[in-house]
Ligand binder design. Structure first.
Ligand SMILES: Nc1nc(=O)c2c([nH]1)NC[C@@H]1CN(c3ccc(C(=O)N[C@@H](CCC(=O)O)C(=O)O)cc3)C=[N+]21
Length: 297
């Protein structure tokens, strides 16, 4: 049996295409396009790449991009003041503070300040609480994107066994909430889980979000399972040349691809969905803040 390779890159492109239409319709009725403010502190090269890519995609679908670049030496207080100003700015619909912050700055109080109606990363306690109690709100981008990919092969997951490996606030816990919302039977496994492979082998839907390169292999996968790999790990690749690296997921793709019914690759799986869902959330935030219905895109 050969697995469906779920093409997250293509799915994300389709989502952006639909968003372009929805953004144009929003602009025609409200008079302005949704605006996304991205705050980048410091010079971390990987963060700069992400932020550039976010800004480019934001503009490509017709939304406004508002970039704030601050030096790594910025004070906690000045950073928090910027978030307060963005909260108060009517031209800003979404606020994203790129993580991690440089050493010496504490992300927790910065995130806590973000207006929950502008929390396009879904990281505030208010957003987490809304998700946990099944009320409308902004859902973290990576979990939202992962769910869209699951639903692309399994539109109805009621009663299915779902195992999420990883319990982070950013990914594991919110994905578990989304699976539960769709009536899956959800298990959250983690570093202290006894006989992880046996737990994983129960899964009709296996979500890997641990951040350990190729940790889940054929032993962890039931025949015919849908495998969603959220991990993005950069590892040395001496075979490609001295000092070269490559991206791998938390799943040993080659070992699993023959057993799974469908699987997301890394790169090209969940990763591209993250930014597309950030754009989706910005449109959602712009609608919710104006009391408009958040219709499907
Ligand atoms: N406030 C905040 N929100 C975030 O959502 C956030 C953040 N901070 N800090 C950094 C992480 C990381 N992140 C990714 C986005 C896209 C890809 C992505 O598109 N990856 C491509 C590969 C990219 C490559 O080749 O390096 C893929 O998997 O195919 C990966 C990772 C968002 N993050």
């Amino acid at each position: 049996m050969s697995a469906i390779i779920i093409d997250g890159k293509a799915f994300a492109a389709g989502l952006r295409e639909r968003l372009t239409g929805a953004v144009a319709a929003f602009g025609a009725s409200v008079g302005t396009a949704p605006g996304l403010a991205v705050v980048l502190v410091g010079e971390d090269p990987a963060s700069q790449v992400y932020v550039r890519s976010k800004a480019k995609q934001t503009v490509e679908i017709g939304m406004r991009s508002i970039e704030h670049k601050l030096p790594a030496s910025v004070s906690q207080r000045d950073l928090e003041d910027l978030v307060r100003r963005l909260n108060a700015d009517d031209a800003v619909d979404g606020i994203l503070v790129q993580l991690p912050l440089p050493p010496g700055l504490d992300a927790t109080p910065v995130i806590a300040l973000i207006d929950p109606f502008k929390d396009v990363d879904g990281l505030t306690d208010a957003s987490a609480g809304r998700l946990a109690s099944g009320r409308a709100g902004l859902v973290p981008c990576t979990p939202l994107g992962a769910m869209m990919l699951i639903n692309s092969v399994l539109p109805d997951i009621a009663g299915a066994e779902a195992v999420v490996v990883g319990r982070s606030n950013l990914v594991g816990k919110p994905i578990a909430q989304l699976l539960l919302q769709q009536n899956a039977t959800v298990t959250i496994a983690h570093s202290r889980t006894r006989d992880l492979a046996a737990v994983c082998r129960r899964a009709d839907i296996l979500v890997a979000a641990v951040g350990r390169p190729e940790m889940l292999g054929a032993d962890h996968v039931k025949d015919g399972a849908v495998v969603i790999d959220v991990g993005i790990n950069r590892i040395p690749a001496p075979d490609l040349g001295e000092g070269k690296t490559r991206l791998v997921g938390d799943v040993a793709f080659d070992a699993v691809v023959g057993k799974a019914r469908a699987i997301t690759p890394v790169p090209g799986g969940v990763g591209p969905m993250t930014i597309a869902c950030l754009l989706r959330n910005t449109l959602t935030a712009a609608r919710l803040r104006r009391g408009l219905a958040d219709t499907a895109v």
